[in-house]
Ligand binder design. Structure first.
Ligand code: PGA
Length: 271
C-alpha cells in the first residue's frame, strides 16, 4: 500500500483529483476506454468540485469515460435528495460531459434487488472492469456499504447498514429515522478486482478505521483491511485521519524518496 499523508482535506481532494485526471487523460491519449469507480459521502465532495473546475478549465474531459458507483440506498427513489443518484448528478454528472448512459449506479427502486445486483456485476465485467476505484471509509472500516463481518469474497448484493453507519449518515437526513436500513453495494471481491484503488480519508473520526485498514490484520472486522490484498492501492489521508498509524514516519520517508526519484508508483494499465 502507498500511504500519503497531507496537511489538510483540501490537499487530499487535490491529490485525488490529480490521480483521476492522470488516469482519464492517460487512457484518452492511448485511445483506450476508461472505467472509474465512484464513491459518495462527505469525503469525495472536494474531489468532485476539483474535477468540475478542471473540466471548466478544459484540463479533463469525461467523453468516453464510464462510471460505476459503489452503492445505493434501498427504499429511496432516485430523485430523492439523499439518494446517491441525486448526489452524483448534483456533485459531478450534470456539470461535465459524460456520454449518455455512461454513469451506472446500482438500481434499487422498483426492481428485483437480487437481479439488479447480478446485472451490476455483469455490467462491470462487460465494460472490462474498473481502472480506478475511488473509496471513502466508514468510521467502522466499511468500504462501499460492506459493513463489519462482510465476506472478503462478497460480490454486489443487499446489505443491512449497522446502527453506527446509520448514525454517521443521519447528518445528511432531516431526521435520523429516515436513514435507510439497507443498501445495494459492490462486494469486497468486486472492489478488489479494480486495477487501481484510491481510498480517501479525512478527520479524526476515521483514524481508528484507517489504522486497522493499513496496519491491522486482514479481517472482516475491518472490511477495508482487505485492500491489503490488492497490489495497487493508494491511501491518501489528512494528518488527523493518519494520527493513529504506527509507521507514520516510514510512510513520510517513502513519499519523500518517491518524490526525490520522481517515481509515480500508481500503475495505469493501457494495454
Ligand atoms: P463520509 O462517508 O465520506 O461521509 O465520511 C464515507 C463512507 O461511509 O464510506
Amino acid at each position: 500500500m502507498r500511504v500519503v499523508i497531507l496537511p489538510s482535506p483540501d490537499d487530499v481532494a487535490e491529490f485525488a483529483a490529480n490521480v483521476v485526471t492522470a488516469v482519464v487523460n492517460t487512457k484518452a491519449k492511448a485511445n483506450k476506454s476508461c472505467v472509474l469507480g465512484l464513491a459518495t459521502g462527505g469525503t469525495p465532495m472536494g474531489l468532485y468540485r476539483q474535477l468540475v473546475d478542471r473540466y471548466t478549465r478544459r484540463e479533463i474531459s469525461f467523453r468516453g469515460v464510464t462510471t460505476f458507483n459503489l452503492d445505493e440506498y434501498v427504499g429511496v427513489p432516485p430523485e430523492h435528495v439523499q439518494s446517491y443518484h441525486y448526489y452524483m448528478q448534483d456533485a459531478l454528472f450534470k456539470h461535465v460531459d459524460f456520454d449518455s448512459n455512461a454513469n451506472h449506479i446500482p438500481k434499487t427502486w422498483n426492481c428485483d434487488l437480487t437481479e439488479s445486483a447480478q446485472a451490476y456485476e455483469r455490467a462491470i465485467k462487460e465494460h472490462g472492469g474498473i481502472d480506478l476505484q475511488i473509496l471513502g471509509i466508514g468510521t467502522d472500516g466499511h468500504i462501499g456499504f460492506n459493513e463489519v463481518g462482510s465476506s472478503l469474497g462478497s460480490r454486489t448484493r443487499l446489505k443491512t447498514l449497522t446502527r453506527r453507519t446509520r448514525l454517521d449518515n443521519a447528518r445528511f437526513f432531516s431526521i435520523a429515522e429516515e436513514v435507510p436500513r439497507m443498501a445495494l453495494t459492490m462486494g469486497i471481491a468486486t472492489i478488489l478486482e479494480s486495477r487501481a484503488i484510491l481510498l480517501m480519508a479525512t478527520g479524526i473520526s476515521k483514524a481508528s478505521a484507517i489504522a486497522g485498514c493499513v496496519e491491522g490484520p486482514v479481517s472482516s472486522n475491518n472490511p477495508s483491511s482487505a485492500l491489503q490484498l490488492n497490489p495497487n492501492v493508494t491511501i491518501v489521508l489528512d494528518e488527523e485521519a493518519a494520527s493513529l498509524l504506527k509507521h507514520h514516519e516510514y510512510y513520510r520517508d517513502s513519499e519523500s524518496v518517491l518524490h526525490s526519484l520522481s517515481v509515480n508508483s500508481m500503475k495505469i494499465e493501457c494495454s
